[in-house]
Design a protein. Sequence first.
Length: 128
Amino acid sequence: MKHHTPDTVRAPFARYSHGVEIPAGYRLMLCSGQLSITPDDHIPETSEDQTELCFKNIAAVLMSAGMTMHDIVRINAFVTDRAHLPGYMKVRDRLFDDPAPASTLMIVSGFAREVFKVEIEVIAAAPD
């Protein structure tokens, strides 16, 4: 992968790359947004714990394709309040080293159930 953060663009506000180039010969995995719910319907309370579970669920989806979290090239994350940003960012920053994936973080009005505070979708790429 080649990460792009040109000097002609303002440096990222947090740990992410402005762009990630995927070389020829890689296969893509596009993961649906993952919510913080366990197979037995448990939903953690805090945004930090919800973020942990979202990424755990993403890791399971990636594993089913023989991929890992290191194969993530793009993160789209959604939180329901600005107050949830620190919890989300703490987990994301711990899970991803530099150069980090490309990333977008949006504040949205809500999800399918009011109890959800975080939803995360990713794109991953791994050698074919």
